[in-house]
Design a protein around this ligand. Structure first.
Ligand SMILES: Cc1cc2nc3c(=O)[nH]c(=O)nc-3n(C[C@H](O)[C@H](O)[C@H](O)COP(=O)(O)O)c2cc1C
Length: 385
C-alpha cells in the first residue's frame, strides 16, 4: 500500500497490530465526542493565502523552553510503545532525534529512561504520573535526573481512567495475563508477533524490580494504574515544583483558570490537552480551548497543544491560534506500529513536508513569523478573515 499521509499509516497500523492494541491506540472515551471534536474543530479554521512574497524554503525551527528544535512538534508521551513494536520507545526516540526533535517517555513504558539513554543522547523528556507510592515516585524522579531528562511533564487529567468502550468490548482493561483467546488473536498478526517475541516477555521496566506489581507488562500496568494519585492537588504540584529544578510542564489543561494557576505556581508551560479525547468525553476540543487559555496567560508563557494533529496544516493552525508548539500522540504511534523506527520517521517526514508546503502557500516564511502574527494567518472559517 502506498503511504501518503498519516491516515494511511493508521490503516497500515490496523493491519499489523492485534485488534485490541489497535483499538487501545485508536479509541476514545465513551461516545468519543471529544475525540472527534479534536479533529473536526481544525476544519472550522481557515488559512490566509497571501501570494508573490518570494522566499526559499520556510524556516521550521523553533525555540521551546530554551531549546532550539528543528520542527515545531515533538513526540508526546504514549504508553506501551514497546508493545506495538519491539523496543518501541527506543525506536521512537531514535526517529525523533534523527529529525532534531525531542521525545517524551511515558511513565507507562516498556523501556526505562536508562534503556532509551543507552541508544541515544538526544533531547529526552519524561512524563510523570504522580503516584500514591512516594518511594516509587521519588525513584522515577531520580531516574529522570540520572538520564539527563530536560523537561518533566506531569499529567493531571487522569484522576480516574474514563471508560473506553472499545477496550471494554475487547476485554483489554481486565487483562492481566495472556489467555489462550488473546494468544489466538496475536497469531492473526504474525509479523507483529514474531517481532515482539524476539524481545522476550515484555514488562514495564520502571516497576520490574517490585514484586508487588506482579509479572509481565499487562499485570504491572494494571497495578501501576491503581497507584495513580486520585487526590492530586495544586499543593502537590507546588511540592513537585520545589523538587524538580529543571523545566516543569503540566499536561492536561483545558480551562483558562487552571492555566493561570499553573503559571502562578511557577510551572514553565502547560499542554492544552484532553488526553486525545480519552478522558472527559464532552469536553472542548483543544484547538477550541486554546484562544481563551492564551488570553488568560499572556503572550510570553509557553503553551503547547496536543489532540487530533494528523496534518501539517493542523500544526500551522494550532500555532497560528496561539500555541508555541505541538505534541504528537497517535500520529507517530501509528507510524511505529506500521513500520518501527522507519514508520515513525515517515510520520515525522509527512508532517514536516505538509507544514513546509502549507506555510509556503500561505506566504509565511517561518514558524517564528507565524507565532509573531498569531491571529493573522489563521482565522475562523466564515469570518471576514
Ligand atoms: C495509546 C495512547 C497512550 C497514551 N498514554 C499516555 C501516557 O502514558 N501519558 C500521558 O500523559 N498521555 C498519554 N496519552 C495521551 C497523549 O500524550 C496525547 O495527549 C494524545 O494522544 C493527543 O491526541 P492525539 O493522539 O489525537 O494526537 C496516550 C495516548 C494514546 C493514544
Amino acid at each position: 500500500m502506498t503511504i501518503v499521509n498519516i491516515d494511511d499509516l493508521r490503516l497500515a497500523a490496523e493491519r499489523r497490530l492485534p485488534k485490541l492494541f489497535f483499538d487501545y491506540i485508536d479509541g476514545g472515551a465513551f461516545s468519543e465526542e471529544t475525540y472527534r471534536r479534536n479533529r473536526a474543530d481544525f476544519s472550522g479554521l481557515a488559512l490566509r493565502q497571501t501570494v508573490l512574497r518570494a522566499r526559499a524554503e520556510p524556516d521550521l525551527t523553533t525555540t521551546l523552553l530554551g531549546q532550539r528544535h528543528a520542527l515545531p512538534f515533538m513526540l508526546g508521551p504514549v504508553g506501551f510503545l514497546g508493545l506495538y513494536a519491539r523496543q518501541g520507545e527506543q525506536k521512537a526516540a531514535l526517529a525523533a532525534h534523527a529529525a532534531g526533535i525531542p521525545f517524551c517517555l511515558s511513565t507507562f513504558s516498556i523501556a526505562s529512561l536508562a534503556d532509551v539513554r543507552r541508544v541515544t543522547d538526544g533531547p529526552l523528556h519524561f512524563q510523570l504520573y504522580m503516584l500514591d507510592d512516594a518511594s516509587l515516585a521519588e525513584e522515577l524522579l531520580t531516574a529522570a535526573e540520572d538520564a539527563g531528562v530536560e523537561t518533566l511533564f506531569v499529567t493531571v487529567d487522569t484522576a480516574i481512567t474514563a471508560i473506553r468502550e472499545r477496550d471494554v468490548r475487547n476485554g483489554f482493561r481486565s487483562l492481566t495475563r495472556i489467555t489462550p483467546g488473546l494468544f489466538a488473536s496475536f497469531c492473526l498478526r504474525p509479523a507483529w508477533l514474531l517481532d515482539i517475541a524476539r524481545g522476550g516477555m515484555p514488562s514495564v521496566r520502571a516497576v520490574e524490580h517490585r514484586a508487588d506489581f506482579g509479572r509481565g507488562a499487562l499485570e504491572q500496568a494494571a497495578n501501576l494504574s491503581r497507584r495513580i494519585d486520585k487526590t492530586l492537588s495544586w499543593d502537590d504540584i507546588r511540592r513537585l515544583r520545589d523538587r524538580w529544578k529543571k523545566p516543569l510542564v503540566i499536561k492536561g489543561i483545558l480551562a483558562p483558570e487552571d492555566a493561570e494557576k499553573a503559571k502562578a505556581i511557577g510551572v514553565d508551560a502547560v499542554v492544552v490537552s484532553n488526553h486525545g479525547g480519552r478522558q472527559l468525553d464532552g469536553a472542548l476540543s483543544t484547538i477550541a480551548a486554546l484562544p481563551a487559555i492564551r488570553a488568560a496567560v499572556g503572550r510570553e508563557f509557553t503553551l503547547l497543544l496536543d489532540g487530533g494533529i494528523r496534518r501539517g496544516s493542523d500544526v500551522v493552525k494550532a500555532i497560528g491560534m496561539g500555541a508555541d508548539g505541538v505534541m504528537l500522540g497517535r500520529a507517530y504511534t501509528y507510524g511505529l506500529a506500521a513500520g518501527g523506527q522507519a514508520g515513525v520517521s515517515h510520520a515525522i517526514d509527512i508532517l514536516h513536508r505538509e507544514i513546509a508546503i502549507t506555510l509556503t502557500l500561505m506566504g509565511c516564511g517561518s514558524i517564528e513569523e507565524l507565532k509573531e502574527k498569531a491571529g493573522h494567518f489563521v482565522f475562523r472559517h466564515g469570518s471576514a478573515g
